[in-house]
Design a protein around this ligand. Structure first.
Ligand SMILES: *Cc1c(COP(=O)(O)O)cnc(C)c1O
Length: 377
C-alpha cells in the first residue's frame, strides 16, 4: 500500500528529538502557550521574515482573528478564491464579514487575478489570496489592485510553509498571513495548530488579545475574545519540525520533478495535465495535483493497485450548501467547477521513496493504457 501521506515515517525519523521536546513540556507542565510556544513564535516569525508571529489553535482561527483584527465587520466583503479548502471562506464568515468568490486559473489553480477587479464592490475591504497546494498566488497584480482600491491583502498560507514568491517567503508579504499546522500540512503539529504572521504591531496585538479571552494581563479583559490558544506540546513539536522544513520541502520538490519526468509523455499524449511551477513561484508541493477527464476511473484503478490519492476539492466553495444563501449556480465560476471534477492529488510527502514514486507512475501508465482510458481516446 502506498499512503497519500505517511506521518508515521516522519515521526520515526525525528522520534528522539520530538519525544525529548514533548517530555520538556510534560516536565514543565506549561501546557498552554508558555516558553515552547514563545520560542516557536520567534523562530517562525524569523523564518517567514515577519516582525510578529502569534500562535493560535488552528489555521481557521488564524483567518478569523486576522479578519477581525483588520477591523472588518458585518457587511464588509473579502474576496476569496472559489477553489480552496472551505476554511478560507469560513474564517471570513465566522469573523462576521462576507466572502465573495472569484474563479480559478486553470494552470496555476490559484485565483484568477484577471477576475479580481470585477469582484470589487463599494463594500470590498480585503483580498485573501490562497497559495494553493504550496504555490504562491500571483501577488504583484493583487497588491497593485489592492493599493488602487485601498484594500487589505491577507494571505491564506495554510498550504505554503516555506513557499517563495519572487524569492521571498509567503505569509509575510501582505498585511498579515495565516498558517495552519494541521498534522498533514508541510509544517504540521501533533494536534491542532495555526499562526498569524504580520509586520503590523497593532494587528499582532489584537490577534494576541482575541486568542486569549481579550486579555493580555491575567483577569483583565479589554475586549470579548475567544479561547484560541496554541498548546505547549504543539509549540514544542513545531520547534523541532521547523528545523527540518526546508529539507522536507526540497524533498517534495524532488519528488514532484520525478513525477514530472516519469509522467511527461502521458501529458504530451493528452491523458493528464501535470502541475506547473509558475514564473516567480517556488512551489513547495503540499499537494501534487494532476488533472484528467477520467479522474474517478483513475482514482479507482489506483485504489485497486493499493495507491491512495485525494481530491482537493470535490465541490468548489461557492456551491457548498453552507453558502446556498449567496445564490450561486453551476456556471458562475466555470474553471473552479471544472477543476472539482478533474483534479487528483497523488501521494506526496517528504519520506516518499523513489520506488514508491515509480510504482505510482507505472500504475497511472497502465490505467491510461487500459481500455477505460483508450475508449475515450
Ligand atoms: C488547512 C487549511 C486551512 C485551515 O486550517 P486548519 O488548521 O485546519 O483550521 C485554511 N485554509 C487552507 C487553504 C487550508 O488548506
Amino acid at each position: 500500500m502506498i499512503p497519500f501521506v505517511d506521518l508515521q515515517a516522519q515521526y520515526r525519523a525525528i522520534k528522539t528529538e520530538v519525544d525529548a521536546a514533548i517530555q520538556r513540556v510534560l516536565d514543565s507542565t506549561a501546557f498552554i502557550l508558555g516558553r515552547e510556544v514563545e520560542a516557536f513564535e520567534a523562530a517562525f516569525a524569523e523564518y517567514v521574515g515577519a516582525k510578529f508571529c502569534v500562535g493560535v489553535n488552528s489555521g481557521t482561527a488564524a483567518i478569523q482573528l486576522v479578519v477581525m483584527a483588520c477591523g472588518l465587520r458585518a457587511g464588509d466583503e473579502v474576496i476569496v478564491p472559489a477553489n480552496s479548502f472551505f476554511a478560507t471562506a469560513e474564517g471570513v464568515s465566522t469573523a462576521g464579514a462576507t466572502p465573495v468568490f472569484v474563479n480559478a486559473d486553470p494552470v496555476s489553480y490559484n485565483l484568477d487575478v484577471t477576475r479580481l477587479e470585477a469582484a470589487i464592490t463599494p463594500r470590498t475591504r480585503a483580498i485573501m489570496p490562497v497559495h494553493l497546494y504550496g504555490q504562491a498566488a500571483d501577488l504583484d497584480p493583487i497588491f497593485e489592485l489592492a493599493a488602487r482600491h485601498n484594500l487589505v491583502v491577507i494571505e491564506d498560507a495554510a498550504q505554503a510553509h516555506g513557499s517563495l514568491y519572487k524569492g521571498r517567503r509567503v505569509g509575510a508579504l501582505g498585511r498579515a498571513g495565516c498558517f495552519s499546522f494541521y498534522p498533514g500540512k508541510n509544517l504540521g503539529a501533533y494536534g491542532e495548530g495555526g499562526a498569524v504572521v504580520t509586520h503590523d504591531a497593532e494587528i499582532a496585538r489584537r490577534v494576541r488579545l482575541l486568542r486569549d479571552h481579550g486579555s493580555e494581563q491575567k483577569y483583565r479583559h479589554e475586549i470579548v475574545g475567544y479561547n484560541f490558544r496554541l498548546e505547549g506540546i504543539q509549540g514544542a513539536v513545531l520547534n523541532v519540525k521547523l528545523n527540518h522544513l526546508d529539507s522536507w520541502n526540497d524533498l517534495r520538490r524532488a519528488h514532484a520533478a520525478r513525477y514530472g519526468s516519469l509522467l511527461g509523455d502521458l501529458e504530451a499524449g493528452g491523458a493528464l495535465k501535470l502541475p506547473r511551477e509558475m514564473p516567480g513561484a517556488h512551489h513547495v508541493y503540499h499537494l501534487y495535483v494532476v488533472q484528467t477527464e477520467e479522474r474517478d476511473r483513475l482514482q479507482q484503478q489506483l485504489a485497486d493497485a493499493g495507491i491512495q490519492t485525494g481530491i482537493h476539492y470535490p465541490v468548489p466553495i461557492h456551491l457548498q450548501p453552507a453558502y446556498a444563501e449567496h445564490g450561486h449556480r453551476p456556471g458562475d465560476f466555470p474553471v473552479a467547477e471544472r477543476l472539482a471534477g478533474c483534479v487528483l492529488s497523488l501521494p506526496m510527502f517528504p519520506e516518499l521513496t523513489a520506488a514508491q514514486i515509480e510504482r505510482v507512475a507505472s500504475a497511472i501508465r497502465s490505467a491510461v493504457n487500459s481500455s477505460l482510458f483508450a475508449a475515450r481516446a
